[in-house]
Design a protein. Structure first.
Length: 44
C-alpha cells in the first residue's frame, strides 16, 4: 500500500479532516494534503 493512501485511510477511519490532523500535528493543512498525495510506497 502506498504511504499517501495509508495516511488518507487512517485519517478517514478516525473521522478527522485534514485541518484537524494538521492542528494536532502542528503543521499546515497543505502539508497533510501533500503527504496524502505522495506516490511513494511505504517502507516495509
Amino acid at each position: 500500500m502506498k504511504l499517501g493512501n495509508s495516511l488518507f485511510h487512517a485519517r478517514k477511519k478516525s473521522g478527522l479532516t485534514q485541518e484537524e490532523v494538521a492542528d494536532k500535528l502542528g503543521v499546515s493543512r497543505q502539508t497533510i494534503s501533500k503527504g496524502e498525495s505522495r506516490k511513494q510506497k511505504a517502507a516495509t
